[in-house]
Every structure is written in structure tokens, then in C-alpha cells.
Design a binder for this molecule. Structure first.
Ligand code: GDP
Length: 557
């Protein structure tokens, strides 16, 4: 009570209070913390399998590539042709992945093609894919998303096999595809490189067997092994609430064998495996390495990309799941600490960062090339600068997800953000930096690597406004009729006008009105009229980005 704490006789006190009280009594107290269930789990899971128990497991494959190049068609064509015939209801069920057989060996395909899903899983700490198939249409060649997909696969360190698809088309030009990809580092084997290229057609089914053979070869090179005798662990591919079956999750077993009745821990969810179905919709009692199955019934819906483990008893699984829920609540909005230019030096000193990973977006190809070279040259013996992805155009969600999954910083040079990207980056703790001068970028990165970065003035996007109409008013200029898409705009805001991702003008407003009234501020969802000071070249569809310069003290976290 002297300490102003109204605790009852049997209430626990915190460590600090105990130490204070003990001092009063002249007693020395040593606090030993019980291990959190999570830490115990870590120890338990670290037990390696005996080499003798390891057997080869089928490769798990994701299709990636530019839109309309045939990812979905190839998935379907392989599914229809190679799913072992003769089985009851030979048609596969959509459970997030399916398994095909060729000459007695299996390959597993993830049902969600594209690098976005792939990287979103990585952002949650999992990687289900062993090999990526980069689909490039033979008539279209390498497109921006081909390059983006390749960079996502590279960032994950996943080997790539190229499917030159639509080879049946008269205008197909596989040679051009090979030349384009060779420039990006995927050199065909016949040219002395290491990458497998297979010519395919989802329409005529040409090359599908060859593609499967190539995937099996990659699996051999990777020496994919697992222990079917071990307890199961793996990744959640998708999960939803199913009427009658409760929470159903499709999981892919990466090691061990999953049995009916096993106690499962899966993110913040737990539960006993009550029913298990394979990709043919058949009820099964066990699932070995690389096998996709849908399992029920879990306590809550886990997220795609969440890891799952089988534990010895249900009580523990439940306990850890609850502990995780509690931890998450306690952490609340505590920021996730990705690398940023401010904390880079501290992380280098602590030995946590050996590579500074960057994603570069610029308005034109020329600036990108210059930037890439200048930044890579900043590498030192201690820290290597690695450009994970670079591209032309605005900063997209996919960039943020890649940065989140790979602990990278995004640098934008004369480019804007796509809608919603600013919020996503904030939520994921990903740093986005905007620049208008190349020298400023290299100066900041160099200073950050040396721990000499000045207290930072950071730009924060606080609103996005879309121009819906343009009114010409003689002697006054052009006034924009707008809607505030996100955040807000103030009369004194700093703004920039962007069109198709490129910055056209930076400056301030001359006026801000709602109908005819001058106002100080307009918030999300409302319409307003703005006149931009000193800039009249506005068009319908342009975006007015509102930003603030915030002074950020260097943090030591
Ligand atoms: P995705 O966006 O990469 O999943 O592409 P889709 O699989 O949806 O295919 C896009 C379009 O290309 C569809 O109209 C397909 O019918 C067509 N297509 C896909 N593969 C082939 C092919 O091998 N040959 C031809 N001629 N057309 C194809």
C-alpha cells in the first residue's frame, strides 16, 4: 500500500514491484522466467530427421508469368491429361493444389498461379514452392510481369523452368523469347546456360510431358527429401469456413506424414484432424510428404501461408494457439521492424543485415539502369547492395508484398504510388522512399550504410485525390472537380500531380472549395474543387497526391 498498489493477498505482482518490495525486506530476488510454449516448440521442432529415414519427395510447382500467357490453361491442360486415370471420380477437386503422375512419379501443382500469391505466402514466413515455371507466350515474348515474376522467384531463391507457351500459334517466335530471357540471366542449356526451356501448347498439349520430366529433373537436382516417418509439418494453402465441416484448410505436407486424428497447430488455430480429403475428393487416413489434403476441423481460420505442425497432444496445440492469440493482442499495433534506411546501420552492427535489399521503381528505363549501377557499386565488404526488383511505373501492392517477404526497402524515382499502397506499406512496416534527384538516393543509401544518415525528413503520403472533371475558367485557369479517394487534402498541403504513374508537377494549391465555399480540409469520400498554383495542364483521371514532410529522429531499434 505504501507503494500505492492496491493488490490483494493472492494477486501476482510484476517483477519490478517484487524487486522493490524485496529491497525493503533486505531480500535478494532472482527472477527466472518460464519458457513460453512457443520457445519450447522451437526446441522440439529442431530435432533433425535421421538421414536413413529420408526419401525423395515430389516437387511442388507454381506457374508464374505475364497475364494471358497461359498459366491457367497450362494448369488445366496438365490436370486433365495427367491425373491418374481409372480412379473413381478421376476429376480433381479444387483444393488449392493437385498432384499428377507421370511414369510412376508425382509432381504437385499449386492451383493459384502468379507471383503475387507466391510472395504473399513468403511474407507470412512460408515457402511452399520448390520450382517455378515461368510461362512466356511465344507470340508475345517477355512482358513487364514476366520480368517481375522472375524477380520474385529469384528473391525467393526458387529455381525457374521456362515454358514457352502458345507454340502452336503461327506467329510464335521461341528464339526471341530465349534471347530476351538470356539477357535477364536465364540462359538456355543449349547455349551453355543452366535453365530448362520447354516449348508448350496448352491448346494442342504439346510439350506437357516434357515439362513434367523437366520438373522431375529439377527435383532431383534439388535433392528434395523428407522423412515420411516423422510427425507432419507443412504450409496452409487456403482455408475457409465450410458449412457442415467447420473450418477447412488445405494444407500441403512438407515433411512427415499427417494422420487422421493428429493434433494440429496452425498459426493461431488448433484442432484435431477429423476428416481428410485428397485432391480427388477421396477420404484418406494419411498424407505423406508433398501431398495436398483438405483437413477439418480447426478452431479458427488460419491464413494462407501459415505453417502447420503436428504436436504430441491436443492440449499443447491448444495452449500454444491461445498463447499466440494473446501475444498478437499484446503486440497490438506494435510496428513490425523491417529494415529502413534509419535503422540500417544498427542492424548491420548487430550482424542482422549483411545485404541491403532494394526494390527500385522509376519513370524511365534510362534512370533505372543508372540507378542500379550506382547503387550496386556502393556494396562494401560488410554489406552488399542487392537490387531485388526494378521496374518502370508506379509502386504497386506487389512491390510492397515482395519488400515485406524479403525485408527490402522500396525506392521510387519520379513515380507515384498506386491506390492503397501507402496503407499497405504502413501496415507491413515497409519503408518507401521517394526521390527526384538520383544523387540524393546514392547519398542517403551510402550515409545509411555508414551510420551517418542525418535525422531524416521523410515524406509521407497523406491523401489521394482523383480529378473527375476539368473546368476552364477564363482569366483564372483550370479548376479540377475532384473526389478524395483516400486520406485528406488541406488548403496548405504540398501536392504532386501524377498521370499514369509519372509525376507531372509538384507544388501547392491556389484554392480548395466544396461547392463554392472555401474550406480548410476535405476528407476521404468527399468531392471538392481545387485550383493548383502555377499548373494548368490537368486532365481527367490525373491523381493529386497529398504529402507531408515529417521530421523523423533516428531510431535505434
Ligand atoms: P493466364 O492469365 O496466364 O492464366 O492465361 P490463360 O490461361 O487465361 O490464357 C489466356 C488466353 O490464351 C486464353 O484465351 C487461352 O485460351 C489462350 N491460350 C493459353 N494457352 C494457349 C496455347 O498454348 N495456345 C493458344 N493458341 N492459346 C492459348
Amino acid at each position: 500500500m505504501e507503494h500505492n498498489i492496491g493488490a490483494t493477498m493472492n494477486q501476482s505482482l510484476d517483477e519490478e514491484t517484487v524487486a522493490l518490495l524485496a529491497l525493503d525486506f533486505g531480500i535478494e530476488v532472482e527472477c527466472k522466467k518460464a519458457k513460453r510454449p512457443e520457445e519450447e516448440l522451437k526446441v522440439e521442432l529442431e530435432v533433425p530427421s535421421k538421414t536413413a529415414d529420408l526419401v525423395s519427395r515430389p516437387p511442388i510447382v507454381t506457374f508464374m508469368g505475364h497475364v494471358d500467357h497461359g498459366k491457367t490453361s497450362l494448369l488445366d491442360a496438365i490436370r486433365k491429361t495427367n491425373v491418374a486415370g481409372g480412379e473413381v471420380g478421376g476429376i480433381t477437386q479444387h483444393i488449392g493444389a493437385y498432384r499428377v503422375e507421370t511414369n510412376g512419379r508425382s509432381v504437385v501443382f499449386l492451383d493459384t498461379p502468379g507471383h503475387e500469391a507466391f510472395t504473399a505466402m513468403r511474407a507470412r514466413g512460408s515457402q511452399a514452392t520448390d520450382v517455378a515455371v515461368l510461362v512466356v507466350a511465344a507470340d508475345d515474348g517477355v512482358m513487364p510481369q514476366t520480368e517481375e515474376a522472375l524477380n520474385h522467384a529469384k528473391a525467393a531463391g526458387v529455381p525457374v523452368v521456362v515454358a514457352i507457351n502458345k507454340i502452336d500459334k503461327p506467329e510464335a517466335n521461341p528464339m526471341r523469347v530465349k534471347q530476351q530471357l538470356a539477357k535477364l540471366g536465364l540462359v538456355p542449356e543449349e547455349w551453355g546456360g543452366k535453365t530448362g526451356f520447354v516449348e508448350t501448347s496448352a491448346t494442342t498439349k504439346k510439350g506437357l510431358d516434357e515439362l513434367l520430366e523437366r520438373l522431375l529433373l529439377e527435383a532431383e537436382i534439388l535433392e528434395l527429401k523428407a522423412n515420411p516417418k516423422g510427425t507432419a509439418r507443412g504450409v496452409v494453402l487456403e482455408a475457409r469456413l465450410h458449412e457442415g465441416r467447420g473450418v477447412v484448410a488445405t494444407v500441403i505436407v512438407q515433411d512427415g506424414t499427417l494422420h487422421l486424428g493428429d493434433p494440429l497447430l496452425c498459426g493461431q488455430a488448433s484442432g484435431r484432424v477429423r476428416a481428410m480429403y485428397n485432391d480427388r475428393g477421396q477420404a484418406v487416413t494419411e498424407a505423406g510428404p508433398s501431398y495436398p489434403v483438405s483437413v477439418s476441423d480447426l478452431s479458427t481460420i488460419p491464413e494462407a501461408g501459415e505453417k502447420f505442425y503436428v504436436l504430441k497432444d491436443m492440449q499443447r496445440a491448444k495452449g500454444i494457439a491461445l498463447d499466440r492469440q494473446k501475444q498478437l493482442r499484446e503486440a497490438g499495433l506494435k510496428e513490425r521492424s523491417h529494415v529502413s534506411l534509419e535503422n540500417l546501420y544498427t542492424k548491420i552492427e548487430a550482424g542482422k543485415v549483411k545485404e541491403l535489399k532494394l526494390i527500385l521503381k522509376a519513370d524511365v528505363k534510362g534512370s533505372l539502369e543508372v540507378l542500379e549501377n550506382m547503387l550496386e557499386e556502393l556494396s562494401t565488404g560488410e554489406v552488399k547492395v542487392r537490387i531485388l526488383h526494378s521496374g518502370i511505373g508506379s509502386i504497386t501492392e506487389s512491390d510492397v508484398i515482395l519488400a515485406d517477404a524479403s525485408d527490402a526497402i522500396i525506392i521510387g524515382f519520379y513515380v507515384a504510388l498506386e491506390e492503397g499502397v501507402s496503407g499497405l506499406a504502413e501496415g507491413r512496416g515497409v519503408e518507401i522512399r521517394h526521390y527526384q534527384v538520383i544523387y540524393d538516393i546514392t547519398r542517403d543509401v551510402k550515409a545509411a550504410m555508414e551510420g551517418l544518415l542525418e535525422p531524416e525528413k521523410k515524406e509521407v503520403v497523406t491523401g489521394q485525390v482523383e480529378i473527375k472533371q476539368v473546368f476552364k475558367i477564363s482569366r483564372f485557369g483550370n479548376v479540377a472537380g475532384c473526389v478524395v479517394k483516400s486520406g485528406k487534402i488541406n488548403r496548405n498541403s504540398m501536392i504532386r500531380v501524377t498521370r499514369d504513374g509519372a509525376v507531372l508537377f509538384e507544388g501547392k494549391l491556389a484554392s480548395l472549395k466544396i461547392v463554392k465555399e472555401d474550406v480548410k480540409e476535405v476528407r476521404q469520400g468527399l468531392e471538392c474543387g481545387i485550383k493548383i498554383a502555377g499548373f494548368d495542364d490537368i486532365k481527367v483521371g490525373d491523381t493529386v497526391e497529398v504529402y507531408e514532410i515529417q521530421q523523423i529522429a533516428r531510431t535505434l531499434s
